[in-house]
Design a binder for this molecule. Structure first.
Ligand SMILES: NC(=O)C1=CN([C@@H]2O[C@H](COP(=O)(O)OP(=O)(O)OC[C@H]3O[C@@H](n4cnc5c(N)ncnc54)[C@H](O)[C@@H]3O)[C@@H](O)[C@H]2O)[C@H](O)CC1
Ligand SMILES: [K+]
Length: 484
């Protein structure tokens, strides 16, 4: 039996590409795991793993409230209760009364629990040291109903250490969307495999530290829904190199009053290590007060060189960027499309068509959920309801690499399994950080062999800077650049 620590509640730093499995994948693995006569089944193994894990997390706790649902998640809780009881802990087991009988594995667990002489209650206790949340797992289908909802509220109000089995109850394991109310866990022990919902959208805010126990199962490639974006390897900078070795990046953006966005992107490209950075304002009126480092070469959009150029289009581009996009969509060797450039593509089929026709793997688009919704002609809530699907749809529709920004940014490309980025935190929710990401992505795109690699590394590094940010200092976009 082995536990794997995956992520602190802030973020994970995986060195390898960790697989994430959908609920259907998990069920397929469970179904293909043959029970061995005389050996504990998966749920019995789960129960022992949970009891050991909770005890290791809260060694001095005595009174354990084990809140169990009607399905197999509840069965896991019942199995765990048996071990904690045998080890001398006080267990208070609450089970949801339901007209439906529990599934077979869970029924066996309940029979064993009763045979141990453990009482089964149908209400919450008055107080407890530690709660084990075994209410709802991957079978969650809707907003928790009574008494699930009441118990979840009690758990959250008590603010005691809470250990979620598989997923915090109320969290959709596949999408990271929550059905209210949702358990706010101190830590989550994911069973069999890690689920995407733990790492994107609202999932990152409710799981606490994330642990994995595979219960001796193995997933094969066909079971994998997506992966966690791994830690990138630094690009070597050989002695025998020159400024031409590290990419030419041009930022095309900065309409009237929005030049700061383009400057942020250009500075990010510079600090990320591009060999040469050009900045082409769409409007250079009123630039006083906008500090542009002398390392950056100013050009007009019409006088930029073409050959070998990576263009970052859109930062602060307003409507004006639309006039320049046909040119760069056709001629830029590599292209990052952000912000207003995405909005232009969303309303102009000619631009969308030009994007689709670009050579594969040379283009990264970096929409936030609202921009993604405009591109796909749907609502932001629909994007957020399934971020993995939305990112993949964008990649297939526009035939390019996608960074769908937000908590747990999703990186997608045609014909690939998406990645969820595990770094980054709420400090990045401030104006200008998107421009920094665009500039950074531009530099990496100019230096890496594929758009996929560039997008993955860029997301990781951008988030990591925020994770390493000093506690007492406010993160701003310009300060973020200084740390690149
Ligand atoms: N079977 C095994 O060998 C193992 C299972 N594991 C655990 O099992 C759960 C998944 O179990 P499942 O029974 O499919 O689903 P749930 O327990 O999550 O819940 C199903 C139950 O709840 C009802 N329901 C769904 N949503 C709601 C709601 N919002 N309000 C009220 N009731 C709801 C639904 O109708 C069902 O009756 C998995 O997560 C693991 O914890 C172990 O991994 C070990 C092996
Ligand atoms: K749970």
């Amino acid at each position: 039996m082995s536990f794997e620590w995956i992520a602190s509640h802030q973020s994970a730093k995986p060195t390898t590409e960790i697989p994430l499995l959908s609920s259907a994948d998990i069920r397929a693995i469970e179904a293909s795991t043959e029970p061995i006569i005389g050996q504990p089944g998966l749920m019995e193994q789960a129960g022992l793993a949970i009891a050991r894990w909770v005890l290791a997390q809260a060694p001095h706790a005595h009174f354990f409230w084990i809140a169990c649902g009607n399905g197999n998640n509840g069965g896991d809780g019942a199995e765990a209760a048996i071990h904690l009881h045998r080890w001398g802990k006080t267990v208070y087991v609450s089970a949801v009364k339901s007209p439906k009988s529990a599934p077979a594995d869970a029924s066996r667990a309940w029979t064993r629990l009763v045979a141990e002489g453990i009482a089964v209650h149908h209400e919450a206790p008055d107080s407890w040291d530690v709660c084990i949340d075994a209410l709802l797992g991957i079978g969650l289908q809707r907003h928790p109903e009574p008494p699930y909802a009441e118990w979840i509220k009690r758990i959250n109000q008590a603010a005691k250490p809470t250990f979620a089995i598989d997923v915090p109850s109320g969290l959709d394991a596949d999408t990271g969307s929550t059905f209210e109310p949702v358990v706010q866990a101190s830590a989550t022990l994911s069973l069999v495999g890690l689920k995407p919902g733990l790492f994107t959208h609202q999932g990152r805010d409710v799981c606490g530290d994330i642990w994995l126990h595979k219960l001796g199962t193995e997933s094969t490639t066909e079971h994998i829904r997506c992966t966690l974006n791994p830690t990138p390897k630094p690009l070597p900078r050989p002695h025998a190199s020159h400024k031409g070795s590290f990419g030419d990046v041009a930022i095309v953006g900065g309409a009237l009053g929005m030049q700061g966005a383009a400057v942020l992107a250009a500075c990010a490209a510079l600090h990320a290590g591009a060999g040469r950075v050009f900045l082409a304002f769409l409007n250079s009126e009123g630039l006083q007060g906008v500090g542009i480092p002398p390392d950056i070469m100013l050009r007009s959009p019409d006088t930029l060189p073409h050959q070998g150029l990576t263009v970052v289009a859109g930062c602060g581009g307003e409507h004006d960027i639309g006039h320049h996009l046909p040119h760069w969509l056709e001629l830029a060797e590599r292209l990052v499309i952000d912000a207003d450039a995405l909005n232009a593509i969303a309303i102009r089929p000619d631009l969308a068509q030009a994007l689709v026709q670009r050579r594969a793997d040379t283009t990264v688009i970096t929409p936030h959920p609202l921009e993604a919704a405009r591109l796909l002609g749907c609502k932001t809530t629909q994007i957020q309801a399934n971020r993995l699907d939305a990112a993949q749809r964008l990649a297939e529709t526009f035939q390019c690499t996608v960074i769908l920004k937000g908590s747990g940014s999703v990186i997608a490309a045609p014909g690939r399994k998406p990645r969820i980025n595990p770094t980054g935190n709420g400090r990045l929710a401030i104006g200008g950080t998107g421009d920094v990401l665009a500039g950074l992505t531009g530099t990496l795109l100019s230096q890496r062999s594929t758009a996929w690699e560039a997008a993955s590394e860029s997301c990781y590094i951008h988030g990591l800077l925020a994770d390493q940010w000093p506690q007492q200092t406010t993160l701003t976009a310009s300060r973020l650049i200084e740390h690149l």
